[in-house]
Design a binder for this molecule. Structure first.
Ligand code: SF4
Ligand code: SF4
Length: 137
């Protein structure tokens, strides 16, 4: 997430409100995410999946607690920040924005850090930069 000061031209500046760590049925995780998280937590994969995850038609997700928040959020902070899933690292610079820029506005309705008025070219450049950065990890 950027530390660039918020200006009218900044596409995104996280307010640390914690809203994105709740709802949506859980947090999508890849096999690569799982490997990093279990290493960080120092637990077996089976235990991690059983204790913290749910299976969805599209694969594993980190489950929500009864309060609707991700299992790993604590005091509005990510408890697995160094190894948080790719989708959490990339937000809001997701591929879906390249497919349809209206997704940026839809995401802004749930994320106060997203600047709806940002220059589309800056948004697209930021998404592409995020995708390129992910490929290096
Ligand atoms: S909802 Fe947006 S502004 Fe709030 S913590 Fe998540 S990314 Fe940051
Ligand atoms: S893994 Fe971390 S950043 Fe992602 S939803 Fe859970 S608490 Fe939030």
């Amino acid at each position: 997430m950027t530390t660039e000061p918020q200006t009218s031209s900044t596409p995104f500046d996280c307010t640390c409100c914690g809203e994105c760590c709740q709802g949506y049925g859980g947090t999508v995780i890849s096999n690569a995410d799982i490997k990093k998280i279990i290493h960080y937590l120092d637990i077996e994969q089976e235990q991690f999946l059983h204790q913290f995850c749910v299976k969805s038609p599209n694969g594993w997700m980190i489950a929500q607690r009864d309060d609707g928040f991700c299992h790993f959020v604590k005091d509005k902070r990510c408890g697995i920040h160094p190894v948080k899933p790719r989708i959490c690292r990339a937000w809001p610079y997701l591929e879906s924005v390249l497919a349809d820029l209206s997704n940026w506005e839809a995401m802004a309705s749930v994320c106060p850090g997203i600047n709806k008025q940002a220059d589309p070219q800056k948004i697209i450049a930021a998404v592409k930069a995020q995708i390129a950065a992910d490929k290096k990890i």
